[in-house]
Ligand binder design. Structure first.
Ligand SMILES: Cc1ncc(COP(=O)(O)O)c(C=O)c1O
Length: 552
């Protein structure tokens, strides 16, 4: 078992050996651990013994605590991406983040390596398997009727259960089509009336497409999801009372038949991204199925991280402990009418997505739109070789060993940060660890973009790229132009699949804990430039540090 040295428990006196207490602590931590703060059996404890003798007694063992367990990888490394000499030097990092306008999305590697570890996103960043790479050689690039499409269709039908498959270039292509075909006909039927799409919290692109299609978005996730410290095993659940209230209000305004039709569909996201990767429960899904069926409201999944969600159901929900993740995914599919899917996450590919439905008429409408915006129905914006990799990825990602490893690695990083006192969203979610920037930087008001400032500071301090999920991502109100102030102001440390090792996770935790200890030196940001259209402003915005320097 690996153990860590609890340096906080060693008290140093100013002037010992003419070194400051902080410097001694640094030496003790670095030297004794040998590898960051981690000790392995057989590591020498001599230096620590010397320091303790100076203090007048005590044993090193009393200062050692168990190190969180990182699961063993269920794969071997066959090919690697070379990244130069590790972490780029401080002056390179400073120049890079200044050039990027303190927006981690705008960091560029056109001239040199500037990023040490990239935790910006888990989207499209997976390392593909040998079977996926070899499947790509089978890719058939015929424009119409490609033989690479049919195995994909079959995999989706078998794994999830929906019958009509419409491929798209990625998730937002599917969102565009689904929002349009479900919302637009209702706007025509009920001119001037609001047409609602309720969901368990917003996701940036999902909400944009609902609004673009003329719909009204309603967040009906349970209240605990907005509180980073509330412990709930299924923080991604929909609040059934909030849903019922929306239905009742619609019935009160437009009657029993026409009222519920003002809800275009209920959209349920697995492992809710903006809430910290939090799952919904099967119990919640079954209850939602009953309510929506009663009122004839379509129930669609944002199935982007459904497999990760299924693992949490297996681990946390009564009655599912002995069931495979594959069987749980199939059950979730059977309780819904279809999905939008970004395959760039669970499915272990770098590009791709689809929408799937059971309703054949709606699927026909979707294909009509598909040819205008994405491509022919047997490729929908993907290359034949991408579809081959995706088919294999769909089969691979439902393996119980893989998914246990995946979630275990995320939990490992979360536990290290928690150990170091860093405020994170609890419980740790599936694809990422989310730092609570309001708690990390309590001296910064939300108008000074604490999560954006923290993401920039993490990069500047460590070369680790993360991203903001707070006021910048929430954007502005379409009509008033004023900023939304979300409860959660988070920095997301998103773990790409099959890419980073335990040492990478140890480094990330080490550096963020270090930054946490000097947190009061981090300044806020002000806007330097914002795109006028502004709906997904977080991709492009630029900032400057208040007072001229980000870290004093
Ligand atoms: C929950 C969720 N839905 C939809 C999308 C959009 O997918 P894509 O980036 O493939 O367009 C994402 C992407 O991050 C996501 O996390």
């Amino acid at each position: 078992m690996k153990v860590k040295l609890d340096v906080e428990k060693i008290s140093f006196r100013q002037g010992d050996g003419n070194l400051s207490a902080a410097r001694q602590m640094e030496i003790a931590a670095g030297r004794i651990a040998g590898c960051q703060r981690v000790l392995r059996p057989g590591d020498p404890l001599g230096d620590l013994e010397k320091i303790l003798a100076l203090r007048g007694g005590g044993t090193p063992e009393g200062l050692l605590a168990p190190w969180p367990v990182h699961p063993p990888e269920p794969y071997r490394v066959k090919s690697v991406e070379l990244r130069g000499h590790g972490c780029p030097p401080g002056d390179v990092r400073l120049e890079a983040i200044e050039e990027a306008g303190y927006n981690t999305f705008l960091l560029k590697e056109d001239k040199r390596v500037v990023i040490h570890i990239d935790l910006l996103t888990d989207s499209g960043t997976s390392a593909m398997s040998d079977l996926q790479w070899s499947a790509m050689l089978k890719g058939n690039e015929d424009y119409a009727g490609s033989r690479s499409y049919y195995p994909l269709e079959k995999a989706i039908q078998e794994v999830y259960g929906w019958q009509e498959v419409v491929p798209t270039h990625q998730g937002r292509g599917a969102e565009h089509i689904v929002s349009t075909i479900f919302i637009k006909p209702l706007l025509e039927q009920y001119p001037g009336d609001p047409i609602y799409v309720p969901k368990n919290m917003y996701f940036t692109t999902t909400k944009v497409h609902i609004l673009r299609a003329g719909g009204v978005f309603r967040d009906i996730i349970i209240d605990q999801a907005h509180d980073s410290t509330a412990w709930h095993p299924f923080k991604g659940n929909i609040d059934l009372d909030k849903l019922q209230k929306l239905i009742d209000d619609c019935i009160a305004r437009w009657g029993k038949v026409h009222g519920p039709r003002h809800i275009a569909y209920l959209h349920l996201e697995g492992c809710v991204n903006m809430a910290g990767g939090q799952p919904f429960s099967m119990e919640n899904l079954k209850a939602l199925r009953a309510v929506t069926q009663r009122h004839g409201i379509p129930l669609l999944l944002d199935a982007t991280r459904l497999v990760e969600n299924a693992y949490f159901i297996q681990q946390r929900e009564e009655g599912y402990r002995e069931m495979s993740v594959a069987a749980i995914v199939r059950e979730m599919g059977s309780l819904t009418d279809g999905c939008t899917m970004s395959s760039k996450k669970d499915h272990l590919v770098n590009i791709g997505g689809f929408l799937a439905l059971n309703d054949r008429d709606k699927a026909a409408k979707a294909r009509e739109m598909l040819v205008d915006f994405e491509g022919f129905p047997t490729y929908g914006g993907m290359a034949g070789y991408s579809m081959e990799a995706l088919t294999q990825g769909i089969r691979e990602c439902i393996d119980d060993n893989w998914i246990a490893y995946r979630i275990g690695q995320t939990r490992y990083l979360g536990e290290l940060l928690q150990d170091g006192g860093v405020p994170i969203v609890l419980p740790v979610g599936g694809h990422a660890v989310f730092i609570d920037a309001k708690k990390f930087l309590p001296h910064l008001p939300q108008e000074q973009f604490p999560a954006q400032a923290l993401a920039s500071a993490v990069y500047l301090h460590s070369g680790v790229r993360t991203m903001e999920r707070g006021i910048v991502s929430a954007g502005r109100d379409k009509d008033s132009g004023s900023q939304h102030f979300p409860e959660l102001e988070l920095v997301r440390l998103t773990i790409p699949r099959r890419v980073y090792t335990q040492s990478h996770m140890d480094y990330v935790a080490e550096k963020i804990i270090e930054l946490y200890r000097m947190r009061e030196r981090i300044n806020g940001l002000e806007i330097a430039w914002e795109p006028p259209a502004g709906s997904l402003r977080f991709f492009l915005m630029r900032f400057t540090p208040i007072g001229g320097r980000l870290i004093r």
